[in-house]
Design a protein around this ligand. Sequence first.
Ligand code: PSU
Ligand code: MN
Length: 303
Amino acid sequence: MIEFLHSPEVQEALATGRPLVALESTVISHGLPYPENLVVARAMESAIRDQGAIPATIAILRGEVCIGLTDNQLTRLAEASGVRKCSRRDVPVALAQRQDGATTVAGTMVLAHLTGIRLFATGGIGGVHRGHPFDVSADLMELGRTPVCVVCAGAKSLLDLPATLEVLETQGVPVLGYQTDQFPAFFTPASGLPVTARADTPADVAAILDRQVELGYSGGTLVVVPVPAEDALVPGEAEDAIVEAVRRADAAAIFGPALTPYLLAQIVQITGGRSLAANRALLFNNCRVAAQVAVAWWHLSSR
Ligand code: PSU
Ligand code: MN
């Protein structure tokens, strides 16, 4: 049996049955530039604590699964280069080869589930890449098989959003619009594409999660929360930046796991940091919503 390392607050939350919210680490090591990534990682944890839940940032450090990071560990991860991006397939490799690994949505779902954590907040999920219909993120398949609820701001329209939603449907994943009828496009609040259902309160989401458990479903749920209006990019600006980023990736022949991080970095550069402000705001907002759902579900199950 592989032992996971728990931070003291996670250890205590697991022992006492307090609501936990998992956080991924790819957004720290491959999704945001240093030192912004460290500031944001800490603030995401605070946003969860402010709502009465406990954050569990998940990463692999020197081949050990860490559920909840100390501030030293978080700092080391934020500063490190050459950290392996760990989707489902990479987790056993990183463990056996004693590497540092930053878990993606898929990798984090696997480890959260093994720990017994049901809520997970992040920025955006992977999906079907525009122009690369066979580059389908393992995030979508993980949502189809692992019972964790992922709270995000939709997916960037650098992905093929209609195709991404089709795959989620095939995988049996309910996509719940949090106070919205539309799938959000990360930097902008609406894509024009419909969600499976709308949920207006944390209790509404918790009720659906509870039914899934009662039915013995094995898969996950996606809760999509629009970026706060005051921090959203205007649709034209987001689209122009994305088109240019995709063009640069094609020109530089970037593909595979390197593609998403490359596109994210290009978008920050092209928008002159405005994308970062939106990214920050939506991450904190998603943390708040995920924590509120975790608390609502905790109340529901302790009744
Ligand atoms: N989308 C974002 N920010 C991110 C990611 C996606 O807006 O940081 C990261 C997440 O960790 C996600 C991963 O799980 O990229 C998807 O990578 P891929 O497309 O290679 O599966
Ligand atoms: Mn891919």
